[in-house]
Every structure is written in structure tokens, then in C-alpha cells.
Design a protein around this ligand. Structure first.
Ligand code: ADP
Ligand code: MG
Length: 625
């Protein structure tokens, strides 16, 4: 009998499978089982229109048979089967699968990219088998055929015997090598685990004979091995069930089974969409931060299923970065198993699903905020930072989506508030949304800069997270109200003392000029303050960069040397001002000493380092003596 050669494309793929160094060889089983399931689907649809065929549910199944003695693994199905021509055409030529068309020669040799996550079909069996026999009998045909191949040389087809309709795929497994274990595919336990992982939701039963240890009858401590046929897969996926059939516990169990996390999710979202885009999804908002969440190692993504078959464990394209904490899965019938990563990225269907999912998550979070503040705040404690990054990243593209999910600690009632809550209770004469930045709530409360705003009775948002101010700079406004740092130059507050301050400033122009020169470029200006009430000094900033931002930027690994334009403000009602004036008139050295001390005090209040601690302590001693 003549051996026929594979078609060129098929040969390439085959070659890749034979020499595959890919570690995730397991997926061959997923591919073969999916084909079997497709074959049963086909006979099912045929039976709908062909009255000679009846679809008796119980007689359709897939069976897995490991045979240790002969080192074979057989996958049988009772599906539609293949005729001689179909064996020739379907197994001799690989269907124009998209994954291959996209790949270059070198990528093919390596194989990493395609084989892992995406379907590569029947030939993937050559990763584990060096000899494959396919025995098939097509529905409505009296004759069965045997297709055989030992790999690259080609294949043969000849008539043979087979009882019922369907297909047996017999894989003669490769011998173990130092690096590769093929015996594992004869092990019941391993097979079960692989089937569970990838093919749990195949609609037809996947059966296998399983050996069980049972207590011997009439004895307590003796066991016997019993062989029993079991259905390995659970068939109906939870996401296909109706929401009203499912309890919270069902969802929680699924979360645990899937190893999405060890915590109990704060909320689950079950989505069933049946419109232009069709998919089912179960999403979870976790309670706890995964240990690696705020590290570069963390990988976002949802499990992606095509028609119940897992095609990707972490599909990153389905989640925006700011919702990267969401766990769960998506199943869509409209996605092909044979899809490459590049195609997936450009897949219109997938983009629609991702967009849809994004708005669902947003809505659920908004609802949680509305209906269960306590739970939302717990969630926010874990993942609020990510939402703030979301506002800041990509030049604020997503700020509209996210601004109403933000919470900040407020001076009023000392608790977290939304921007909407803040704005809605602003007094009429208040022009800005005020905020103050610092390391902790305690420290912010003591900041001298807050005095005037607090005195006015205006609410202040406390920014303790280093991302806060960056995010707010991106927002710029909320409901037409601009954000204003309590440390910024003009606070927009009409103050009764303003005139007096201005007069004092004019009268003491020389003193302030002297102080500025004494500080030798370290501050942009020295001024009389109309925001300080009881404290002697503070910094304010003139430009866009605040002192807090300066700290964050300089702490970054690639240390950006951006400095805030600091202005030293002096409280003219404080006794220290009189002392300064006296020193300026009588003793310029003393005035310089005071200036340095006040400057360093302002640094300390801001949590900045003292540039020269030794000089500073010496200065203090000079004053004391
Ligand atoms: P795909 O499943 O994407 O079409 P495969 O390489 O997995 O690509 O399979 C090639 C073809 O072989 C299938 O399209 C199908 O026609 C045929 N085939 C494979 N396995 C079976 C089977 N168990 N029963 C019937 N036909 C099969
Ligand atoms: Mg297939």
C-alpha cells in the first residue's frame, strides 16, 4: 500500500509538533476531545433534519482508554465519523487555521507561542505520540477505514472493521526521555486532571474506567480494587445555568474550585449576553489583595472559553488595567479554538466583550458603593489605589469612567467621601475643592497650610496616597469645580486680613528680599502669609509641582529631579515676625540665622530632609547661647 505525503502546510505544522519542546503538551487531549465533541455535535444537527437518524442522548459519549501494557491512549467517540475521502482530506491537510498563517518560520520552530494557549488541532497529538491510528466509520456508511501515520513520512488509508459509527483515535505514546514524561498520559489521575482542567464543560459525557479502592466485603481493613466507568466532566458549566438556580454558595465554590483566590469574593457578577455579541461570564471582585498584586509579576486576565473549552487561562485583553483585580471567566461560542494571540488582540468580538465587561464591572462597583458602603470601603482599601492609577494612566482617558468610584478621606466627619458628596455640600461662596497632602492623616491635620481653609469652615480632602495628587491633577475638575491644594499660592479665599498682609508685605519689602537672597535660590520667594493663623512659617508652591509630588518623583527608581517652586510664607501676626524685623534692622547675621532656621522648620513640617543637619543643629545652639 502506497504511503501518501502530507500537504506542505500540514508538514510544517506536523514537524513542529514532532519536535515540540513545549512544556504544555497536555493540550493535545483537549484538541482531540474537542474534535470528538464537534463530531457528536455534527451528528446531532444532522439528526434534526435527517429522519433516518435519531439522536439518542445516552448513546453519545466520548471514551478515554489508557492501556499501560501497549502504551496506547485511545480516544473514542460516537460522533459522525469520517468517510475514506474525509480521512484523506481532513487529516491529510490541516484546515487553513489562522494560527499558522500568522507565524513566521522561526516562530514555528520554537512553537511556544501557538501551541500553548491556542488550538492547533489534530496534529498536536504528535507531541506525545509517534504513531497514530484513526479508525472511523461515517454515519450512514457500511464501511470503516483506518488512517495511520508515523509522522513526517506520510500516512496510509485502508478499509477495516469497526462496530458502530464514530471514531477511535489510538495514540502510541512516545518513550520517556530524560526530559519528557509520556507515561503520565497513561495515568488515570493525570488524565482526569487534564480533562477537568480543559474539557470539564464539554456537553457530552467523557467516560473513563477508573480504579477505586473499596473496603472488601465483610472486612474492615482489607481493600480491593474495583474498576468502574465514570463520567469525568461536569458537562453543564455553572455559567450556562440560570442565575435563579444558583446560590451565593455555588458562586463561592466555583471561585475556590477555580483557584481564583483563597478569600471570599466581595461580589460576583454573572453576565449572560445574547445580542450582537454573545457570551456568558462570571466575574468576581475579590476581598483581599493577592500577595503579588502591586508587583510587576502580577498578571491580570480572565479565563477564556470557546464554547465550553478553555482556550486561555489569562486573557489580558478582557480587562482594563484599572480593573485588573477582577477574577473570573468568559465563554463565547463566537470565538474559534484555532485562534492565535495576534488574532485575538484584533478580534472584534473580543473587543466588544471587553467593552461590555468593563461597563458591567463599573456599574456593579457603583451599585456596591450606593447599596453597601461598608463593603465598598473594604474593597476600596484593597484596590482603590488601582482605580486612582486608572484615572492617571493613559493621559486621563478613563477619568470619566472612574471619578465617581473614588473615595478620599475628608476633614469633615473624618471619613471617606466621594467627590459628589464633597461638591454637593460645598457652601455657596466656596470656589474650589480643597485638598492637603501628607504622609498620614495625623500629619496632614497638623499642617499649618490648612489653617485658613479650615478656619473658613471648608472641607478638606486628605491625600495620603502618593498617587492621589497625580490623579487629581489629571481630573483637573469635578462638576466644574477645580481642585486646589491648600499649599497653592492663591487659595481663592477672601480674607479680612488680606489688606493688612499686603501692606505689611510692602512695608517690609527689603526684609523679604534680604531673606530670599540669604536662602540663595532655595526658595522662589519669601512672603507675608495670609493663610497662617497660629504657625510661624510654611511652604506654599508656585507652579504645578507640589512638595508632595516632588517627594514621589524623586523616590522613583529612575529618580526624576523635578523640584517644586517653594515659597516661604511668614506669619506676620506671630512674635517671630517682630524678632525678624528687629534683627533685620540691628544685626543682619542674626536675621540670616533666623531665616535659615525658619526655612528648615518649613522643610521639617513638610516631611522633607534637612539638607545640612549639622549646620542646622549648630544654628539652634547659636540661638540658645
Ligand atoms: P479543526 O477541529 O479546527 O477543524 P483539527 O485539526 O482539530 O481542526 O481537525 C481536522 C478535521 O478532522 C476536523 O475539522 C474534522 O473534520 C476532522 N476530525 C478530527 N477528529 C474527528 C473526529 N473524532 N470525528 C470526526 N471528524 C474528525
Ligand atoms: Mg479541532
Amino acid at each position: 500500500m502506497a504511503t501518501k505525503e502530507f500537504k506542505a502546510e500540514s508538514k510544517r505544522l506536523l514537524d513542529m509538533m514532532i519536535h515540540s519542546i513545549y512544556t504544555q503538551k497536555d493540550i493535545f487531549l483537549r484538541e482531540i476531545i474537542s474534535n470528538a465533541s464537534d463530531a457528536i455535535d455534527k451528528i446531532y444537527y444532522k439528526a434534526l433534519t435527517d429522519e433516518n437518524l435519531t439522536f439518542d442522548k445516552d448513546s453519545y459519549y466520548i471514551k478515554i482508554t489508557p492501556d499501560k501494557e501497549n502504551r496506547t491512549l485511545t480516544i473514542s467517540d460516537t460522533g459522525i465519523g469520517m468517510t475514506e475521502d474525509e480521512l484523506e482530506n481532513n487529516l491529510g491537510t490541516i484546515a487553513q487555521s489562522g494560527s499558522l498563517a500568522f507565524k513566521t518560520e522561526t516562530e514555528l520552530k520554537d512553537g511556544h507561542d501557538i501551541i500553548g494557549q491556542f488550538g492547533v488541532g489534530f496534529y498536536s497529538a504528535f507531541m506525545v505520540a509517534d504513531h497514530i491510528t484513526v479508525i472511523s466509520k461515517a454515519a450512514g456508511s457500511g464501511q470503516a477505514y483506518k488512517w495511520e501515520s508515523k509522522g513526517a513520512e506520510g500516512y496510509t488509508i485502508e478499509p477495516c472493521e469497526k462496530d458502530g459509527t464514530g471514531t477511535d483515535i489510538i495514540l502510541k505514546l512516545k518513550e520517556n526521555t530524560e526530559d519528557d514524561d509520556y507515561d503520565q498520559y497513561l495515568d488515570e489521575y493525570r488524565l482526569k486532571a487534564i480533562i477537568k482542567k480543559y474539557s470539564d464543560f464539554i456537553r457530552y459525557p467523557i467516560k473513563m474506567e477508573v480504579t477505586e479502592q473499596r473496603p472488601k466485603e465483610g472486612s474492615d481493613n482489607e481493600f480491593e480494587e474495583v474498576k468502574e466507568e465514570q463520567t469525568i466532566n461536569s458537562m453543564v458549566p455553572i455559567w450556562r445555568k440560570n442565575k435563579n438556580e444558583l446560590t451565593d454558595e455555588d458562586y463561592e465554590n466555583f471561585y475556590t474550585e477555580k483557584h481564583y483566590g483563597y478569600d471570599k469574593p466581595v461580589k460576583h457578577i454573572h453576565i449572560k449576553v445574547d445580542g450582537t455579541v454573545r457570551y456568558n461570564a462570571i466575574l468576581y471582585i475579590p476581598e483581599n489583595i493577592p500577595f503579588d498584586y502591586y508587583t510587576p509579576e502580577y498578571e491580570k486576565g480572565l479565563e477564556l472559553y470557546s464554547n465550553g473549552v478553555l482556550i486561555m487561562e489569562k486573557c489580558a485583553e478582557l480587562l482594563p488595567d484599572y480593573f485588573s483585580f477582577v477574577k473570573g471567566m468568559v465563554d463565547s461560542d463566537d470565538l474559534s479554538l484555532n485562534i492565535s494571540r495576534e488574532m485575538l488582540q484584533h478580534d472584534r468580538q473580543l473587543k466588544l466583550i471587553a467593552k461590555n465587561i468593563k461597563s458591567k464591572i463599573k456599574r456593579e462597583l457603583a451599585n456596591l458603593l450606593k447599596d453597601n458602603r461598608e463593603q465598598y470601603e473594604a474593597f476600596y482599601k484593597s484596590f482603590g489605589r488601582q482605580l486612582k492609577f486608572g484615572v492617571y494612566n493613559e493621559f486621563g482617558t478613563h477619568k470619566e469612567d472612574l471619578q465617581d468610584l473614588l473615595l478620599f478621606y475628608s476633614s469633615k466627619d473624618k471619613k471617606l467621601v466621594t467627590l459628589d458628596e464633597y461638591v454637593s455640600r460645598m457652601p455657596e461662596d466656596q470656589k474650589y475643592i480643597y485638598y492637603a497632602t501628607g504622609e498620614s492623616i495625623d500629619r496632614i491635620e497638623k499642617l499649618p497650610q490648612t489653617e485658613l481653609v479650615a478656619d473658613k469652615g471648608y472641607e478638606i480632602l486628605y491625600f495620603t496616597d502618593d498617587i492621589d495628587e497625580f490623579a487629581i491633577k489629571m481630573l483637573m475638575k469635578y462638576k466644574e469645580k477645580e481642585f486646589k491644594s491648600v499649599a497653592s499660592g492663591d487659595l481663592g479665599i477672601e480674607d479680612d486680613d488680606k489688606k493688612e498682609t499686603e501692606t505689611e508685605e510692602k512695608e517690609n519689602k527689603d526684609l523679604f528680599e534680604f531673606m530670599k537672597t540669604a536662602l540663595d535660590g532655595k526658595v522662589k520667594d519669601v512672603r507675608a502669609s495670609h493663610r497662617l493663623k497660629s504657625h510661624p512659617v510654611c511652604f506654599t508652591t508656585a507652579g504645578e509641582v507640589s512638595v508632595e509630588m516632588e517627594k514621589v518623583l524623586s523616590a522613583m527608581p529612575n529618580g526624576q529631579n523635578v523640584k517644586a517652586d517653594k515659597v516661604l510664607e511668614i506669619n506676620i501676626h506671630h512674635d517671630i515676625f517682630r524678632a525678624l524685623k528687629a534683627a533685620f534692622e540691628n544685626d543682619k547675621d542674626k536675621c540670616k540665622l533666623y531665616t535659615n532656621l525658619l526655612y528648615n522648620q518649613a522643610r521639617l513640617i513638610e516631611g522633607l530632609d534637612i539638607e545640612d543637619p549639622v549646620a542646622f543643629t549648630n544654628d539652634i545652639c547659636k540661638v540658645m547661647i
